[in-house]
Design a protein around this ligand. Structure first.
Ligand code: FUL
Length: 492
């Protein structure tokens, strides 16, 4: 069936009309996809998205050479992170509110951070712990001890492996490495596949066997999600800046990015926005580094992103239905730098300060139709308000016993049942009329909107158009410490 065929949506605008509101043009012109269930997340994808924050850890020979991409000729003798303390990384991550971590077990240079049987190009040939160390072991143990999920990055592009570019021999080598990583270290929550496909030591490129790679992960770690620009479980957001599209669907047409590393000029934008008609649930992950580089370089001390910059990233990723994967690179001692830790602590403190008090608590909620409207006020993402099953729009009105002042609004869709809402409007009561407050497109797991502080006792959320039943799990309002209250935003 062609999912992009459209039908006329007569009933889609009825409930907004009942409120005396203008009917949105695109809804009256009415386009709804024909039939077919809309995609929903698996329990693993849902868990992954609800974590909101994950930490990337880039460490390899590059940490000692100053490069971003090693060429595979580095001697293991240079790898000696003498004070390496993975527990320090995991503690820092947990205290800053991160829920999982992903380590570069092997980057493009081919150096393995665990004592693998597949090559001598590993920690076993390094002076670190006299060749008896295992960074992957220390990392996974630390994650598990701190209650964090452990994830691994295993670069398919390998500039050291002799077999790279030879076909099956390298695919066997890669699968053997993957098998070691997925069988020795307990539960792995995410496997991160970089699509880079450059030349190996013999100048040849490798045709990666993605079906076999994916089947290996499914067999050995069925609860792990697999990341790449082509999924299959979670997708790259299309940039390395931590910025999701303002419109961001968790669904995508799998045929539009058929394999990892599918490099086309339009792919970045497509991954940023997703596709409301896509048949695959494949939410976007926004990866970005706290420093200019992915690896630690001494000359980049002083360029660590500030707590305010990290807050901006939180709004542009988590606040747009994506997940933030923030890289924090260990230094040559194998430790996070104090500067990076201070910034992460500041980031956590700013989130705590902003989101400490939901000012809509104690409100009453009326809705266009359906039941359980008050469910939007509790923080439980599994309870929600739903419009009538065949509705394509709806509204909620939230009335407080007293006026409250706020500058940040949170909306959340009941994504366990899919993502349907295509645009919304939020208005505040000024004592005599409804005034526009926020307007946007997708909502998804979390949508955050910021504006100059306003004071009001009534709000309404207008879901102007949804491809399937509109369902909201969350409406919350917060007053941050950073914005000044201006004149003219008061309820009269
Ligand atoms: C990229 C790699 O080439 C970078 O070195 C880094 O690992 C980043 C997360 O992915 O594609």
């Amino acid at each position: 069936m062609d999912r992009r065929r459209f039908l006329l949506a007569g009933s889609a605008v009825a409930s907004l009309g009942a409120l005396g509101l203008p009917r949105p043009d695109h809804a009256t012109a009415a386009s709804l996809p024909a039939g077919g269930p809309r995609p929903r997340p698996t329990p693993q994808q849902l868990r992954w998205q609800r974590e909101e924050l994950a930490m990337f850890v880039h460490l390899t020979v590059n940490t000692f050479t100053g490069k971003e991409w090693g060429d595979g000729t580095e001697s293991p003798a240079i790898f000696d992170p003498r004070k390496l303390d993975a527990r320090q990384w995991a503690r820092t991550a947990r205290q800053a509110g991160f829920r999982s971590m992903i380590l570069t077990a092997k980057h493009h240079d081919g150096f393995c951070l665990w004592p693998t049987a597949t090559t001598k190009h590993s920690v076993a040939s390094s002076p670190w712990k006299d060749g008896h160390g295992d960074v992957v072991r220390e990392f996974t143990d630390a994650c598990h001890a701190e209650g964090l999920g452990a994830g691994l990055y295993l670069s398919p592009w390998d500039r050291n492996a002799k077999a790279y570019g030879s076909g099956e021999a390298y695919n066997d080598y890669y699968i053997a490495q993957l098998t070691e990583l997925l069988t020795r270290y307990g539960p792995i929550v995410e496997v991160w596949f970089d699509g880079a496909n450059g030349e190996g030591p013999n100048g040849r490129r490798q045709a990666y066997d993605w079906p076999r790679i994916h089947a290996t992960v499914r067999r050995l770690q069925p609860d792990a999600v697999m990341f790449s620009d082509a999924g299959p479980d979670v997708r790259w957001i299309g940039d390395e800046k931590g910025v999701a599209g303002e419109t961001c669907w968790s669904s995508i047409d799998p045929a539009s990015v058929p394999y990892p590393g599918y490099d086309r000029p339009w792919v970045g934008g497509l991954l940023g926005h997703g596709d409301p008609h896509g048949s695959a649930w494949r939410p976007g992950e926004s990866d970005v580094s706290i420093r200019p580089g992915w690896f630690w370089h001494p000359e980049q001390d002083g360029e660590v992103k500030s707590p305010d910059a990290l807050m901006e990233l939180y709004f542009s990723s988590v606040g747009r239905n994506s997940k933030l994967l923030l890289n924090v690179p260990p230094n040559r001692d194998g430790l996070f730098d104090p500067e990076d830790i201070a910034s992460l602590q500041g980031f956590a403190a700013k989130r705590t300060a902003l989101f400490a008090t939901d000012l809509l608590q104690g409100a009453t909620v009326r809705a266009s139709s359906g039941e359980a409207a008050p469910a939007v006020l509790d923080a439980n993402p599994d309870t929600h308000w739903s419009a009538a099953a065949d509705a394509h729009d709806g509204w909620l009105e939230i009335a407080l016993p007293r006026a409250v002042e706020f500058d940040t609004l949170e909306l959340g869709e009941a994504i366990a049942l899919g993502q349907n809402i295509a645009n919304y409007r939020v208005e505040r009561w000024d004592g005599g009329a409804w005034q526009p407050l926020a307007w946007g497109t997708t909502i998804g797991h979390k949508k955050l909107a910021r504006f100059d502080p306003v004071r009001t006792s009534r709000l309404r959320v207008l879901l102007e158009f949804a491809y399937g039943t509109p369902r909201l799990a969350r409406v919350a309002a917060y007053r941050g410490p950073d914005r000044r209250y201006g004149p003219g935003h008061d309820e009269k």
